[in-house]
Design a protein around this ligand. Structure first.
Ligand code: ADP
Ligand code: MG
Length: 336
């Protein structure tokens, strides 16, 4: 568990300080994949570096498993730092060593003996899907493969926390997915807690359980991704849910229209037809669509609604976890 309490950090710049973080608080559950999303310059890397104990905040506290890291002296700080693996934009692989050699290098420094080291390297190669490339040099790999080697190397010393600062930066979109898959596997198979920063909401959609949205050094939204998408006004919902595009003519055929967000296989597959049948109402999809958040199917639809028992049908959907809201301006000028 990582707790960040009221963190602030500025950097001096030509006399006037640049504020990178303002009063930032987040809780990162052990074993979760926590995303920090925000535009360039919003403070993501500074937050990651403060949590990785590479940077000291001006104010506020970073606790790792309850331990206040601000009180640690040099030796203890170095020990605790070893529990945090870091993958950032510079991929510092050793050009003259093989992929396996690169992953082994932190283990050599720790003095792990040969057989143990080889087993650990083999497991990590498998985790990052690069077993067939074990004896190649970094220069023979693609950018995405090199990033995966960097992840394996950062995981070699069995850290409890992995900081992945914009892990898909500079990587071709075709390869970005495999980098994220590796992070997801590291979380699932090694139980490592992962803090991932990204400017890309699509990355959050693929792998994050929880998210904090940063703007100008301030957390403007945070929560579990699935909770946030249930609130159509949240930034996360706006970034991740399918857009609703309907024409006036489409909605004019119905008594009114409503928006629903459905989360999970059961809801997405069955809730609307079941409600329509049970209450004998028409619920027609006139906009929106389906997406996936991690492994969870999620739908946002605009429904054209017709029938005497429409309110009862919508209430029934809401009781079963559907999130029903009214579009800002309904057809025929009906306000929500
Ligand atoms: P992000 O990772 O979201 O792009 P950063 O944390 O790198 O954001 O930067 C946040 C702000 O802090 C930016 O305005 C940046 O210019 C400034 N900043 C970050 N690191 C330094 C530094 N070492 N010296 C001066 N300014 C910095
Ligand atoms: Mg950055």
């Amino acid at each position: 568990m990582i707790t960040v309490e009221n963190l602030s950090k500025s950097f001096p710049l030509n006399g006037s300080p640049v504020v990178a973080l303002r009063d930032v608080s987040v809780d990162i559950q052990a074993g979760s994949l926590f995303g920090v999303v925000g535009p360039a310059g919003s403070g993501k890397s500074t937050l990651a570096r403060c949590i990785g104990l590479q940077e000291r905040p001006d104010r506020g506290v970073v606790r790792l498993d309850g331990l206040n890291t601000g009180t640690l002296d040099g030796r203890r700080l170095r020990e605790i730092r070893r529990q945090v693996g870091i993958v950032d934009s510079k991929i510092d692989l050793l050009a003259e060593r093989t992929v396996a050699g690169n992953i082994a290098s932190p283990l050599e420094q720790l003095g792990l003996d040969g057989p143990q080291r080889r087993t650990r390297v083999a497991n990590l190669l498998d985790l990052v899907g690069l077993t067939p490339r074990a004896s190649q040099r970094p220069s023979e790999l693609t950018d995405g493969q090199r990033r995966r080697v960097a992840v394996a190397k950062a995981l070699a010393a069995s850290p409890s926390v992995l900081l992945a600062d914009d892990p898909t930066a500079g990587i071709h979109p075709d390869e970005a997915g495999s980098v994220l898959t590796v992070l997801d596997r590291a979380r699932a198979e090694l139980g490592v807690t992962i803090l991932l920063t990204t400017p890309d909401a699509g990355v959050v959609r693929r792998v994050c359980d929880d998210v904090a949205v940063l703007e100008n050094g301030t957390v403007v939204e945070r929560g579990t991704v699935l909770d946030l998408i249930s609130d159509p006004s949240s930034r996360t919902a706006q970034a991740l849910l399918p857009a609703i595009e309907t024409t006036r003519a489409q909605s004019a055929k119905y008594d009114r229209s409503v928006d629903v967000v459905l989360v999970g296989f059961a809801s997405v597959g069955a809730l609307l037809p079941e409600a329509a049948g049970r209450f004998d109402v028409e619920l027609s999809t006139i906009g929106g669509g389906l997406t996936r958040i991690g492994d969870t199917p999620v739908g946002r639809f605009r429904l054209g609604v017709r029938g005497v028992q429409a309110d009862a049908a919508l209430a029934w959907i809401a009781e079963r976890g559907g999130h029903v809201s009214h579009p800002a301006r309904g057809p025929q000028g009906l306000a929500a």
